[in-house]
Design a binder for this molecule. Structure first.
Ligand code: DC
Length: 226
Protein backbone atom coordinates (compact mmCIF):
# COMPACT_ATOMS: atom_id res chain seq x y z
CA UNK A 1 0.00 0.00 0.00
CA UNK A 2 1.23 3.49 -0.84
CA UNK A 3 2.32 5.37 2.27
CA UNK A 4 -0.05 8.23 1.55
CA UNK A 5 -3.00 5.80 1.71
CA UNK A 6 -2.19 4.71 5.26
CA UNK A 7 -4.64 6.46 7.61
CA UNK A 8 -3.32 9.11 9.98
CA UNK A 9 -5.09 10.96 12.79
CA UNK A 10 -3.23 14.11 13.85
CA UNK A 11 -3.91 15.75 17.22
CA UNK A 12 -2.16 19.09 17.55
CA UNK A 13 -2.49 21.46 20.44
CA UNK A 14 -0.76 23.42 23.19
CA UNK A 15 1.32 22.13 26.04
CA UNK A 16 -0.43 20.11 28.79
CA UNK A 17 -3.73 20.00 26.90
CA UNK A 18 -3.98 16.23 27.38
CA UNK A 19 -3.51 15.58 23.65
CA UNK A 20 -0.88 12.90 24.30
CA UNK A 21 -3.12 10.92 26.63
CA UNK A 22 -6.06 11.15 24.23
CA UNK A 23 -3.91 10.25 21.21
CA UNK A 24 -2.44 7.22 22.99
CA UNK A 25 -5.86 5.95 24.08
CA UNK A 26 -7.31 6.36 20.59
CA UNK A 27 -4.32 4.53 19.08
CA UNK A 28 -4.77 1.65 21.54
CA UNK A 29 -8.50 1.46 20.90
CA UNK A 30 -8.19 1.16 17.11
CA UNK A 31 -4.86 -0.68 17.06
CA UNK A 32 -2.88 2.09 15.32
CA UNK A 33 0.75 3.04 15.91
CA UNK A 34 1.39 6.10 18.08
CA UNK A 35 3.92 8.90 17.67
CA UNK A 36 4.51 11.50 20.37
CA UNK A 37 6.36 14.07 18.23
CA UNK A 38 7.02 16.31 21.24
CA UNK A 39 9.17 13.49 22.66
CA UNK A 40 11.52 13.88 19.68
CA UNK A 41 12.02 17.58 20.41
CA UNK A 42 12.47 16.78 24.10
CA UNK A 43 15.08 14.14 23.20
CA UNK A 44 17.00 16.70 21.15
CA UNK A 45 16.84 19.01 24.18
CA UNK A 46 18.10 16.30 26.55
CA UNK A 47 20.93 15.29 24.22
CA UNK A 48 21.87 18.97 23.80
CA UNK A 49 22.12 19.35 27.57
CA UNK A 50 24.04 16.11 28.06
CA UNK A 51 26.52 16.96 25.33
CA UNK A 52 26.90 20.59 26.48
CA UNK A 53 26.09 21.78 22.96
CA UNK A 54 25.62 25.46 22.20
CA UNK A 55 21.86 26.12 22.22
CA UNK A 56 22.36 29.06 19.84
CA UNK A 57 24.14 27.04 17.17
CA UNK A 58 21.27 25.82 14.96
CA UNK A 59 23.47 23.70 12.67
CA UNK A 60 25.03 21.86 15.56
CA UNK A 61 21.57 21.25 17.05
CA UNK A 62 20.28 19.96 13.70
CA UNK A 63 23.21 17.54 13.58
CA UNK A 64 22.22 16.28 17.05
CA UNK A 65 18.62 15.86 15.85
CA UNK A 66 19.73 13.98 12.74
CA UNK A 67 22.00 11.57 14.61
CA UNK A 68 19.78 10.89 17.64
CA UNK A 69 20.04 7.24 18.65
CA UNK A 70 16.53 6.60 19.97
CA UNK A 71 14.27 3.61 20.47
CA UNK A 72 10.59 3.57 21.51
CA UNK A 73 9.91 0.15 23.02
CA UNK A 74 7.34 -1.23 25.49
CA UNK A 75 6.25 2.29 26.51
CA UNK A 76 9.85 3.23 27.30
CA UNK A 77 12.05 5.73 25.46
CA UNK A 78 15.78 5.01 25.09
CA UNK A 79 18.42 7.59 24.21
CA UNK A 80 21.84 6.09 23.42
CA UNK A 81 20.61 2.85 24.98
CA UNK A 82 19.56 4.45 28.29
CA UNK A 83 15.94 4.77 29.48
CA UNK A 84 15.01 8.46 29.58
CA UNK A 85 11.20 8.20 29.62
CA UNK A 86 10.86 10.26 32.81
CA UNK A 87 13.89 12.53 32.27
CA UNK A 88 12.42 14.11 29.14
CA UNK A 89 9.21 15.04 31.00
CA UNK A 90 10.98 17.59 33.22
CA UNK A 91 9.69 21.16 32.80
CA UNK A 92 13.20 22.38 31.94
CA UNK A 93 13.46 19.84 29.14
CA UNK A 94 10.09 20.99 27.74
CA UNK A 95 11.14 24.63 27.82
CA UNK A 96 14.44 23.90 26.06
CA UNK A 97 12.60 21.72 23.51
CA UNK A 98 10.32 24.65 22.75
CA UNK A 99 13.37 26.91 22.21
CA UNK A 100 15.16 24.44 19.92
CA UNK A 101 11.95 23.72 17.99
CA UNK A 102 11.99 27.30 16.69
CA UNK A 103 15.07 26.53 14.51
CA UNK A 104 14.05 25.50 10.96
CA UNK A 105 17.18 23.29 10.70
CA UNK A 106 16.11 21.28 13.76
CA UNK A 107 12.57 20.84 12.42
CA UNK A 108 13.87 19.76 9.00
CA UNK A 109 16.18 17.20 10.62
CA UNK A 110 13.19 15.56 12.32
CA UNK A 111 10.75 15.59 9.39
CA UNK A 112 11.55 12.24 7.76
CA UNK A 113 11.98 10.53 11.11
CA UNK A 114 8.38 11.50 11.93
CA UNK A 115 7.00 10.44 8.54
CA UNK A 116 8.60 7.00 8.94
CA UNK A 117 6.07 6.25 11.70
CA UNK A 118 3.29 6.12 9.08
CA UNK A 119 2.87 2.37 8.90
CA UNK A 120 -0.03 -0.04 8.58
CA UNK A 121 -2.63 -0.31 9.92
CA UNK A 122 -2.40 3.45 10.67
CA UNK A 123 -0.97 6.15 12.91
CA UNK A 124 -2.22 8.47 15.62
CA UNK A 125 0.19 11.28 16.33
CA UNK A 126 0.24 14.40 18.48
CA UNK A 127 2.29 17.59 18.43
CA UNK A 128 2.13 21.13 17.09
CA UNK A 129 2.44 20.74 13.31
CA UNK A 130 1.44 17.16 12.63
CA UNK A 131 -1.60 18.15 10.55
CA UNK A 132 -0.28 21.43 9.16
CA UNK A 133 3.20 20.31 8.04
CA UNK A 134 4.23 16.68 8.59
CA UNK A 135 1.03 14.84 7.57
CA UNK A 136 -0.80 17.42 5.49
CA UNK A 137 -2.93 14.69 3.88
CA UNK A 138 -4.04 13.18 7.22
CA UNK A 139 -7.41 11.43 7.35
CA UNK A 140 -8.54 13.40 10.39
CA UNK A 141 -6.94 16.54 11.83
CA UNK A 142 -7.80 17.74 15.31
CA UNK A 143 -6.78 20.79 17.31
CA UNK A 144 -7.13 19.75 20.95
CA UNK A 145 -6.96 22.46 23.55
CA UNK A 146 -8.13 23.57 27.01
CA UNK A 147 -7.78 26.91 28.72
CA UNK A 148 -4.41 27.67 30.33
CA UNK A 149 -5.72 27.46 33.93
CA UNK A 150 -7.21 24.00 33.35
CA UNK A 151 -3.95 22.87 31.73
CA UNK A 152 -1.88 24.17 34.66
CA UNK A 153 -4.14 22.29 37.06
CA UNK A 154 -3.82 19.08 35.01
CA UNK A 155 -0.03 19.38 34.91
CA UNK A 156 -0.04 20.02 38.70
CA UNK A 157 -2.13 16.88 39.33
CA UNK A 158 0.16 14.83 37.08
CA UNK A 159 3.28 15.97 38.94
CA UNK A 160 1.63 15.46 42.33
CA UNK A 161 0.73 11.89 41.36
CA UNK A 162 4.40 11.28 40.67
CA UNK A 163 5.33 12.75 44.06
CA UNK A 164 6.93 15.83 42.46
CA UNK A 165 6.16 19.10 44.24
CA UNK A 166 5.04 22.01 42.08
CA UNK A 167 3.47 25.42 42.28
CA UNK A 168 0.38 26.15 40.16
CA UNK A 169 1.31 29.80 39.56
CA UNK A 170 4.76 28.79 38.24
CA UNK A 171 3.23 26.09 36.04
CA UNK A 172 0.72 28.55 34.62
CA UNK A 173 3.51 31.02 33.90
CA UNK A 174 5.59 28.32 32.09
CA UNK A 175 2.58 27.12 30.09
CA UNK A 176 1.79 30.65 28.91
CA UNK A 177 5.44 31.28 28.03
CA UNK A 178 5.59 28.07 26.00
CA UNK A 179 2.23 28.79 24.28
CA UNK A 180 3.53 32.17 23.30
CA UNK A 181 6.77 30.84 21.85
CA UNK A 182 5.14 27.85 20.08
CA UNK A 183 2.42 30.08 18.58
CA UNK A 184 4.56 33.01 17.51
CA UNK A 185 7.59 31.34 15.95
CA UNK A 186 7.94 31.97 12.23
CA UNK A 187 8.16 28.31 11.19
CA UNK A 188 5.35 25.78 11.76
CA UNK A 189 3.66 27.81 14.50
CA UNK A 190 0.99 26.24 16.67
CA UNK A 191 -2.30 27.34 15.14
CA UNK A 192 -5.63 25.88 14.15
CA UNK A 193 -5.89 25.58 10.38
CA UNK A 194 -9.13 25.61 8.39
CA UNK A 195 -9.18 21.84 7.74
CA UNK A 196 -8.82 20.99 11.44
CA UNK A 197 -11.59 20.16 13.92
CA UNK A 198 -11.51 21.95 17.26
CA UNK A 199 -11.81 19.86 20.41
CA UNK A 200 -11.92 22.03 23.53
CA UNK A 201 -11.46 19.70 26.50
CA UNK A 202 -11.68 22.33 29.27
CA UNK A 203 -14.94 20.77 30.48
CA UNK A 204 -14.45 17.22 29.17
CA UNK A 205 -13.11 14.08 30.80
CA UNK A 206 -10.38 12.11 29.00
CA UNK A 207 -12.90 9.46 28.10
CA UNK A 208 -15.28 12.06 26.56
CA UNK A 209 -12.41 13.54 24.54
CA UNK A 210 -11.42 10.07 23.35
CA UNK A 211 -15.02 9.31 22.32
CA UNK A 212 -15.22 12.56 20.33
CA UNK A 213 -12.09 11.66 18.33
CA UNK A 214 -13.30 8.10 17.73
CA UNK A 215 -16.72 9.19 16.55
CA UNK A 216 -15.19 11.70 14.08
CA UNK A 217 -12.82 9.04 12.80
CA UNK A 218 -15.58 6.41 12.46
CA UNK A 219 -17.70 8.90 10.57
CA UNK A 220 -14.88 9.54 8.06
CA UNK A 221 -13.94 5.85 7.77
CA UNK A 222 -17.60 4.96 7.21
CA UNK A 223 -18.02 7.60 4.47
CA UNK A 224 -14.87 6.34 2.74
CA UNK A 225 -16.18 2.76 2.72
CA UNK A 226 -19.59 3.50 1.09
O1 DC B 1 4.20 18.30 23.26
P1 DC B 1 5.40 18.59 24.17
O2 DC B 1 5.08 19.53 25.29
O3 DC B 1 6.05 17.33 24.65
O4 DC B 1 6.47 19.33 23.21
C1 DC B 1 7.66 19.91 23.69
C2 DC B 1 8.06 21.07 22.80
O5 DC B 1 8.45 20.57 21.51
C3 DC B 1 6.97 22.08 22.51
O6 DC B 1 6.99 23.16 23.42
C4 DC B 1 7.26 22.57 21.12
C5 DC B 1 8.01 21.44 20.48
N1 DC B 1 7.21 20.70 19.49
C6 DC B 1 7.12 21.23 18.23
O7 DC B 1 7.61 22.32 17.96
N2 DC B 1 6.47 20.53 17.25
C7 DC B 1 5.89 19.36 17.51
N3 DC B 1 5.26 18.69 16.54
C8 DC B 1 5.95 18.81 18.82
C9 DC B 1 6.61 19.52 19.79
Amino acid sequence: MKTEKIPVITIDGPSASGKGTVAQLVAQKIGFHYLDSGALYRLVALKTTLSHADIHNADQLAEIAKCLDIVFKNEQIYLDGVIVTENIRAEQCGLLASQLAAYPQVRAALTERQRAFRQLPGLVTDGRDMGSVIFQDATLKIFLTANAEVRAQRRYNQLKEKGISANIADLLHDIKKRDDRDSNRSIAPLEQSADTRLLDTSALTISQAQDAVLSWYNEIAHKASV
